[in-house]
Write a protein that binds this ligand. Structure first.
Ligand code: TYM
Length: 342
């Protein structure tokens, strides 16, 4: 396949470093695509990028995922990133667990992180409330995320809205390290879309679309790998209201969510979209959104199938990615060990 050349080594360059990650827990959904992955793809040529499959983060609730599923979903997530347009010639794609320096750095950073900061994290509070046995890894999860970022001294971290608080924490931890030892880490900035940073559940527009909810509720999320039938059913039964208001500012949460998806996936302006759907009712909006989502996802699904049929290609990409990432992270770790006296 001509599009599947073995990746060339990706060289560190003078462009700003971007790092982001995705957990391989459950199926990637359109919220992940819109809020994060499509943004990574869009900015790919502008930055020096690293994208990791955060498989160690997936261990924080061990009851939620078995080892076989974790391994499978980690590879599937990697294949999906490539299928969405992450180009291994432009970006380093790797498994978090392949770069041991992340965990090592996370330990050092956890020693600079007051427990109170971690206890305040809303994701921790939400997840801990739903988990019978709360692991200390669930609490220190954002420190590992901070290590992912600081290992490469990333300038930007492109994420959806739900990760902003973790990013603030990463900055605080970096600042505290710099204060305790030496001004070493640059403070990472969050990079988000202007619209589409928080895609809501199709069945419940008061809650963000989430991989874990999608595991128990069909109709909640649009999976990037969902069939046309499932996509149609999910969108056509999305929660709206009894009116016909399709203006962004005044539409109800469910309708605004559909409009937002339409906006990001079509690239049209809000004015154009409001004109397009004015007075046509929610049925028209939903039908046209189905078409748009299918048009967006079909090529991704086709490419995903190609990559899945070529496991050696994925092995090569991940091996190459791990090697490049390791070299860079180990350089940072060597500095940090020196700075803290190890
Ligand atoms: P995760 O796997 O939950 O989500 C991956 C990315 O998708 C974004 N996202 C959304 N965006 C819009 N609408 C939604 N409903 C929605 N749901 C999720 C997330 O904000 C994220 O950008 N801890 C991280 C993974 C991670 C990471 C990192 C991120 C590990 N290390 C270092 C940045 C930097 C997570 O669980 O993302």
């Amino acid at each position: 396949m001509s599009t599947m050349l073995a990746p060339e080594p990706v060289k560190a360059d003078t462009r700003k470093v971007v790092l982001s990650g995705i957990q391989p827990t459950g199926k990637m959904h359109i919220g992940n695509y819109v809020g994060a992955v499509s943004l990574w793809v869009q900015n790919q040529t502008r930055y020096d990028n690293l994208f990791c499959i955060a498989n160690m983060h997936a261990l924080t609730i061990p009851e939620a995922i078995n080892p076989k599923t974790l391994r499978q979903q980690s590879r599937e997530t990697a294949a999906l990133l490539l299928a969405c347009g992450i180009d291994p010639q432009q970006s380093i794609v790797f498994m978090q667990s392949d770069v041991a320096a992340h965990a090592y750095l996370a330990w050092i950073l956890s020693c600079c992180t007051p427990v109170g900061w971690l206890e305040r994290m809303t994701q921790y509070k939400t997840k801990a409330a739903k988990t019978e046995v709360v692991s200390s890894g669930l609490l220190t999860y954002p420190v590992l995320q901070t290590a992912d970022i600081l290992a490469y001294k990333a300038a930007y971290v492109p994420v959806g809205d739900d990760q902003k608080q973790h990013l603030e924490l990463a900055r605080d931890v970096a600042e505290r390290f710099n204060h305790l030892y030496e001004a070493y880490f640059p403070l990472p900035d969050v990079l988000t879309r202007t619209s589409g940073t928080r895609i809501m559940g199709m069945d419940d527009p008061s809650a963000k679309m989430s991989k874990s909810t999608a595991q128990t509720r069909s109709g909640h999320a649009i999976g990037v790998l969902d069939t046309l039938d499932v996509i149609r059913k999910t969108i056509m039964s999305a929660v709206t209201d009894t009116g016909n208001e399709t203006r962004f500012e005044v539409a109800s949460a469910g309708v605004r969510n559909l409009l937002t998806l339409y906006e990001v996936l079509s690239g049209e302006t809000r004015d154009q979209i409001e004109t397009r759907f004015a007075g046509r009712g929610y049925g028209a909006l939903k039908r046209e959104l189905v078409e748009l989502v299918v048009r967006t996802l079909e090529p991704i699904q086709a490419r995903f199938r190609e990559i899945s049929d070529a496991p050696e290609y994925l092995n090569d990409v991940l091996a190459q990615g791990a090697e490049c990432a390791r070299e860079r992270a180990e350089r940072t770790l060597a500095d940090v060990r020196q700075l803290v006296g190890l």
